[in-house]
Design a protein around this ligand. Sequence first.
Ligand SMILES: [Zn+2]
Ligand SMILES: [Zn+2]
Length: 133
Amino acid sequence: MPTTTHISGLRLTRHVARLLEVRDRLALYVTERESHNLDDAHDVFMAMVAVEDQLAVQAPQVHARLVAAWATAHEAIAHEPGEFNARCGTCCGASARPKAESGAAVMVNRAAGDRASRPCVCHGTVSMVTPGG
Ligand SMILES: [Zn+2]
Ligand SMILES: [Zn+2]
C-alpha cells in the first residue's frame, strides 16, 4: 500500500480530481493496450490500480460511487487484437508504430503529463466527479 496522508478541503478536491483524471487516462491506455495485445498492458493496469487505491483512501465515497462505472467506461474503445476500432486511439493515431511508446513508465508519465490531448469517450461523465458532489 502506498503511504498517503489525509488532506481536506479544496486541496482534497483538486487532488481527487487529478487522481480521477490520471486514473481515467490509465484505464483508457489499459483498454487500448489489451486490445492490441501489447506486453505492458498488465503493468499499466497495476499502475491504474495503485491510483485507485489512493482514491479509496483519500475519497472512499467517490471511489465507491464510481467503481462500478469504471468497469465499463471504455467498452466502446475495446476491440479484439487485429481488429480496427475508430474510437481506439492506438488504431487511429499510432497504427503505424503501435509499440513505439510501450512501457508502463512511459504510459504513467503520459497519463500524468498529458492534459487531455486525446478526448476520452467517458470523459466528463464518470471521470470528473468531485467529492461530496
Ligand atoms: Zn485499437
Ligand atoms: Zn475515460
